[in-house]
Design a protein around this ligand. Structure first.
Ligand SMILES: Nc1nc2c(ncn2[C@@H]2O[C@H](COP(=O)(O)OP(=O)(O)OP(=O)(O)O)[C@@H](O)[C@H]2O)c(=O)[nH]1
Ligand SMILES: [Mg+2]
Length: 204
């Protein structure tokens, strides 16, 4: 069931202007383990996971935005990237294609958010550790984490690092890009409101 994004307070992105709110997005192909859910519950369009973290002496409300990596959603709606403060790109160490496709995800990310911190996550290392030896270092020189969402290896560290980097980015944003993004916001909102392809809000 399509819903009007404007009528859902959770999707009101103005809240991310507040100091204590950060938005972190996840990107990557389907079934790489972004949501760590059973396959039959593949994320449909958009899920928000809410988390509270302490960074320095501040309590930060973190919204993790998660979406389906299936082809039908491969060109993400611009509002997914809008106001994001950090990005986690995930691939599956068992499937090299999911690593190769990160280049496409990264390109799209940088079209919308040229400056935000980003990391690469090699997931499922519990299954096939040797495979990771075949992966070259990601060309962009991004921080790289080997994790297992299944057994928890490195997950907390990766999230902590990315929350910290999101907050640091927020304190020192690239002003020029944020101004441009603010200009575009009106355009996004109009598009969201006039689009038939609105996000399906699946909960958080
Ligand atoms: N062995 C192992 N399996 C995992 C791990 N993380 C996720 N999975 C499994 O991988 C499958 C896909 O996980 P999801 O979390 O649905 O993947 P996703 O990236 O969110 O997929 P979409 O929502 O379709 O984009 C599920 O069967 C998970 O149980 C992991 O670290 N190790
Ligand atoms: Mg998912």
């Amino acid at each position: 069931m399509a819903v009007d994004a404007g009528s859902i307070p959770e999707l009101d992105q103005k809240k991310y202007d507040a100091d204590e709110q950060v938005k972190i997005i996840c990107l990557g192909d389907s079934a790489v383990g972004k949501s760590n859910r059973p396959q039959q519950l593949s994320t449909y369009a958009l899920t928000l996971y809410k988390h509270t973290a302490t960074v320095g002496n501040k309590t930060i409300a973190v919204d993790f935005w998660d979406t389906a990596g299936q082809e039908r959603f491969q060109n993400m709606h611009p509002s997914y990237y809008h106001k994001a403060h950090a990005c986690i790109m995930v691939f599956d160490v068992q499937r090299k294609l999911t690593y190769k496709n990160l280049a496409n995800w990264y390109k799209e990310l940088r079209e919308y958010r040229p400056e935000i911190p980003c990391c690469v996550v090699a997931n499922k290392i519990d299954v096939l550790v040797m495979t990771v030896l075949f992966f070259n270092c990601f060309k962009q020189g991004l921080p790289f984490y080997f994790v297992s969402a299944a057994d928890g290896t490195n997950v907390v560290k990766m999230f902590r690092d990315m929350i910290k980097r999101a907050v640091e980015y927020k304190q020192n944003p690239s002003d020029f890009m944020d101004e441009v993004m603010q200009e575009l916001e009106v355009h996004y909102i109009n598009r969201v409101r006039s689009s038939d392809e609105l996000y399906i809000f699946t909960g958080y």
